[in-house]
Design a protein around this ligand. Structure first.
Ligand SMILES: [Zn+2]
Length: 272
């Protein structure tokens, strides 16, 4: 099992990276502890007793005021109930996240809400695309932003239809790029300085993929699997299914834009 990593990339920000059921090559999800004596804990994602105990140990001496979820995916929410119960704290998330989880007892957080803790205020940004209820949290005074699965310092962010929406995801990256943040706190991997450049890089990378996808479409119907080599080049056979899922997000976007047509799971270029 991966080990627990604890780092402090900024004052009143603690990264506790816990082993979680996430997508390889990432093996951990960061529980971001915001605050000093009173804290909010974002995305305690480990379902396993040992990492959960390690998190409680890291939190010793602090008062957990809320357990916050960026979105509903299993590697982000799996430790939320256990921590909320241990700390006697509420769970806060977007109503769409609560609906996806079927949780009726969470406190709603929507675009523009301010989560105040100690001297800091973390402003919620609703950034759907990876997941419908996805939230980021921006400390505007310090230029620090919790980005959940909008970017990753380890592994890749999967956009899987039907929950994913590439156009919304790219709009979210554009918003983050322009928000003035200089330090991004991703769910997987260490904190990322030069945040704006990284948001931009990620957006350009996705846009290049869409362009490759557009170029690979022809008059002959092809499945997403068949399109993978043309878009991704030679990749190991075991990651072709993931690449195909990813490709579908690009294909759906092209379909929305009237550039691609799908029939029975096979894709062609739209006739002009
Ligand atoms: Zn996710």
């Amino acid at each position: 099992m991966a080990t627990v990593t604890i780092e402090r990339p900024a004052a009143r920000v603690l990264r506790v990276a816990l082993p979680s059921p996430t997508l390889p090559p990432a093996t951990t999800t960061n529980a971001w502890v915001l605050g000093e004596d009173d804290v909010l804990v974002v995305d305690p994602g480990s379902p396993w007793p040992e990492p959960q105990a390690a998190l409680l140990e890291a939190l010793a001496g602090r008062r957990v005021k809320g357990v916050v979820l960026t979105h509903h995916h299993v590697d982000h929410m799996s430790g939320a109930r256990a921590l909320a119960e241990a700390a006697g704290a509420p769970i806060l998330c977007h109503p769409l996240t609560a609906a996806a989880l079927g949780w009726a007892d969470t406190l709603p957080v929507v675009e523009g809400d301010r989560l105040e803790i100690g001297p800091d205020a973390w402003v919620a940004m609703h950034t759907p695309g990876h997941a419908r209820g996805h939230l980021c949290f921006h400390d505007e005074a310090r230029g620090v932003v919790v980005v959940g699965d909008m970017i990753a310092a380890e592994g890749t962010i999967i956009l899987a239809p039907p929950d994913a929406d590439l156009a919304a995801f790219l709009a979210g990256l554009r918003r983050l790029e322009g928000c003035g943040a200089t330090l991004a706190l991703p769910a997987h991997g260490p904190a990322l300085p030069e945040a704006a450049a990284i948001f931009r890089q990620n957006r350009l990378h996705r846009e290049a993929r869409t362009a490759a996808c557009r170029a690979a479409l022809g008059a002959e119907p092809q499945s997403a699997d068949e399109l993978v080599p043309a878009v991704y080049g030679p990749i190991p056979a075991e990651i072709v299914p993931l690449a195909a899922i990813q490709l579908c997000a690009h294909l759906e976007w092209l379909a929305q834009a009237g550039e691609a047509v799908e029939r029975g799971g096979r894709w062609t270029r739209a006739q002009a």
